[in-house]
Design a protein around this ligand. Structure first.
Ligand code: KG4
Ligand code: ZN
Length: 339
């Protein structure tokens, strides 16, 4: 089964064609970074307009690259939540248009669920497992029972982890997006130079996260956390920030792994590109960690087309009443209800 997949949830226009869940025939992406970087963040209206400009060219190019005609496509997978509403509307509108013109069915896919699926594009991972999505919009830990069936264990109470990378970078005038820049700078930082607090939370929030305090500490209070004999350089700030941002993730996942007895852990979403995160988790002796290939770690449509294949039996196809939602996952979350 060949699925044409589209993701326009944020600022990357992505189109892919995926066969039977993991055979990626083509995966294309049109980045909007150039248009947003002057604002040091995604401008929703620009994002929606740029999706509209790029999307049909990208679909055409995907079909050409894979040497496939539209009539050989079996279904259209489209991200309809969560994300920027204007951006989501472009993708959903285009998916409906293709469906209307060709009669191909639509399968709606949740963006977070697609990130959770992304390591499956290249690896087999046994259920149940613990999945963490760490991106510009989300910081969550879930228990995954099967494709499309998740229980949210913890989430952020304020900023997402990627958002805090981007905001710290913005305030220090380091550039956009902040994640890769801070990651690179941190590699030249001196260990122990700046020790920001590691915010762990407890009680009912033992698996939840909070990043706004760390962000504020980095932007306004670095002097307080600078250790004697070290300098306040961007490299040292980056390293201190990165350790305090990623450490809670490891601590909480380890704790939940011990509590649940589940030893398989996946990490996906843009922050899972981070070099420190990858070495910490992949080198763990507490559990076995899986990450997607780099190209499937940040936003992409291959993960959407891959997951859609596994939803096609359980979920009935969507129809032209399909709507979008900016909402994030809620507790005891099941991707699609049977109609
Ligand atoms: O998954 P993604 O492409 O989009 C969302 O769904 O949000 O994630 C983008 C986020 C941005 O906040 C970006 O700064 C962060 O991922 N990111 C990183 C790295 N590469 C991207 N954060 C830390 N280290 C990186 N190497
Ligand atoms: Zn994403």
């Amino acid at each position: 089964m060949k699925i044409l997949a589209i993701d326009t949830s944020c600022d990357d226009t992505s189109v892919a064609i995926v066969e039977n869940g993991n055979n990626v025939l083509v995966s294309l992406l049109s980045s909007q970074v150039e248009f947003h970087k002057d604002f040091q963040g995604v401008v929703p209206e620009i994002a929606a307009r740029k999706h509209l400009e790029a999307i049909f060219f990208l679909i055409d190019e995907a079909l050409n690259c894979a040497n496939i005609k539209m009539y050989s496509i079996d279904a259209i997978a489209i991200t309809n939540r969560p994300g920027l509403i204007g951006s989501l509307l472009v993708g959903v509108g285009v998916a409906k248009g293709i469906s209307f013109a060709t009669g191909k069915p639509i399968i709606a896919v949740d963006h977070i669920a697609a990130h959770i699926y992304s390591p499956h594009l290249t690896q087999n991972i046994e259920f149940p497992y613990i999945a963490s999505v760490v991106s510009g919009g989300h910081t969550i830990i879930t228990k995954v029972y099967a494709h499309g069936q998740y229980e949210v264990i913890g989430t952020t109470l304020d900023d997402a982890i990627g958002e805090s990378y981007d905001k710290v970078s913005k305030h220090l005038n380091l550039g956009y997006p902040g994640g890769p820049i801070i990651d690179k700078l941190a590699q030249s930082g001196e260990e122990g130079a700046i020790k920001y607090p590691i915010i762990l939370l407890s009680g009912a929030d033992e698996y939840n996260f909070s990043y706004s305090g760390l962000k504020t500490a980095c932007i306004y209070n670095t002097d307080k956390y600078l250790q004697k004999g070290f300098e306040k350089t961007n490299e040292n700030i980056a390293l201190g920030f990165q350790i305090s941002a990623i450490e809670p993730l490891y601590v909480k996942i380890k704790k939940y792994s011990e509590f649940s007895g589940i030893k398989n852990v996946t990490l996906s979403g843009g922050v899972a590109c981070n070099s420190y995160l990858r070495s910490l988790f992949l080198g763990s002796s507490d559990f076995k960690a899986y990450v997607p290939e780099m190209k499937y770690t940040t936003d992409n449509a291959a993960m959407v087309g891959g997951l859609a294949y596994h939803l096609k039996d359980e979920a009935q196809y969507d129809d032209f009443t399909l709507d979008c939602s900016s909402r994030v996952l809620k507790k005891q979350y099941t991707l699609k209800k049977k109609k």
